[in-house]
Design a protein around this ligand. Structure first.
Ligand code: SIN
Ligand code: FE2
Length: 208
């Protein structure tokens, strides 16, 4: 497995080409099955109600949601009010491989980016524990990913995430600022109509 050093934050891992094309296709089929049960929906920002440029869904016992009242994890889809589908086994296996010391992932957020979508610099900090890493999979069009330090003011670096790449934010990098500057339309043929899917697996609660 190829691994490329991007910064010196201990626990940050960039694993380009982790999934080959056949595995990407299988993951895409898994995502399609999840969103047929838990449709992508349009989240909005707390307070302002401004829509995100990405659409979201989740699988797992918990899902991350954002609405006018704030960010939180909840057991039900905000529109259908039904429990999120299970995390597909290919993704639980990925978690077991890359987070071997962590308890099972509880949430897998699905972000869908169309060509103009982006994600501002942020920390993943709505979980109750930061002991487990965040494991992230990219599918479809290439995106420019930006990673900084533990303070918003720290210098950042950007690099391209391609379909099949995996990133791990663990250890000292668990609370690193990160975001997506842009999606490069037409860079992948995985999604027939283009766009990018990002899957992020997370542990929300301390181990029981
Ligand atoms: C996120 O930080 O929630 C998404 C990151 C990505 O799309 O790669
Ligand atoms: Fe994030």
């Amino acid at each position: 497995m190829q691994e490329i050093a991007i910064n010196d934050l201990n626990g940050f891992r960039y694993l380009p080409g982790y999934f080959d094309r056949a595995s990407q296709q299988e993951l895409l089929d898994d995502v399609r099955s999840v969103v047929s049960q838990a449709p992508l929906y349009q989240p909005v920002m707390p307070k302002t109600g401004k829509p995100y440029s990405v659409k979201m869904s989740n699988c797992g016992p918990l899902g991350w949601v954002s609405d006018i009242n704030g960010y939180r994890y909840q057991q039900q889809h905000p529109d259908t009010k039904t429990p999120w589908p299970d995390i597909p086994s290919r993704l639980t296996s990925l978690w077991e491989t890359l987070a071997p010391d962590a308890p099972p992932a509880e949430a897998c957020l699905i972000n869908f980016y169309k060509a103009k979508a982006r994600m501002g610099l942020h920390q993943d900090r709505d979980e109750r524990t930061f002991n487990a890493p965040v494991v992230s999979v990219s599918l479809g069009d290439t995106a420019t990913f930006r990673i900084g330090g533990l303070s918003r003011k720290d210098p950042t670096k950007s690099f391209r995430l391609q379909s099949g790449d995996v990133v791990v934010l663990g250890g000292d990098a668990r609370l690193a600022f990160h975001g997506i500057d842009r999606v490069l339309a037409g860079t992948s043929t995985l999604l027939k109509n283009g766009g990018r899917i990002n899957l992020t697996l997370r542990r929300v609660n301390e181990a029981e």
